[in-house]
Design a protein. Sequence first.
Length: 289
Amino acid sequence: MLGRTPGNVMALRPLRDGVIADFDTAELMLKHFIRQVHEGRTLVSPRIVIGIPSGVTGVERRAVMDAAQQAGARTVYLIDEPVAAAIGAGLPVAEPTGNMIVDIGGGTTEVAVLSLQGTVLSESVRVAGDELSEAISNYMKKVHNLVVGERTAEEIKITIGSAYPNPNDNEIAMDVRGLHLLSGLPRTVTVKSAEIRESMAEPLSVIIEAVKRTLERTPPELAADIIDRGIMLAGGGALLKGLDTLISHETGIVVHVAADPLSCVVLGTGRVLENFSQMGRVFSGRSSL
């Protein structure tokens, strides 16, 4: 529905950059989800675990808790997204070994080193999937004079986007339809994957720098474990072709992509809720009515 709604319908995004952008809509969304899970039964006050970016402020944490409580939660627990992603990706976070996870979501990229159910160090940058799509959109406007919507930019990224050149893969092209700036009429332009790779270079370099900064600060014992085990990529951004090769090339460490990168955070959060008594240490905050 984004970008395709009539005047009397508004498509809103209650979350942006991993935090609440519209409090009332976020509360309504949570209420709807709770109702869906309990199949319309009322008078249900569940225990809720919510994944949040590790770099959020105290005010943003409070906003998430308040929205969940207003939506009908009995107790709200917060878990840092990199911890949830690592659990969802099947990393042995409970063991005293270093695990490095890079979770590239829609609004934020989380880089963290974990050990013994806790975060040793982490970094959160507000550059992720949305910024990659925005970079493509800006490139199309600047180079081809073509205005494309959010959905189209996302489609280009998924279809021909890549982070690292693949010699086996001949440069693939794609026809992109949008509004031509000069004539003001709809137009079709053919773009190649090399152009899209170039357009995403800047936001990708921010993600690479965050990974490097985290590795520089890692204690030597844990750094040895990371070299041994490699870096785990999770989140929707991990599906970008060649991103694992790029990070591996820049850091010299083996990079693995999780089996189901899109669902890692939510699967990890669910696993924590199921094994609540054993995993109490992973929470970064709680509040109850």
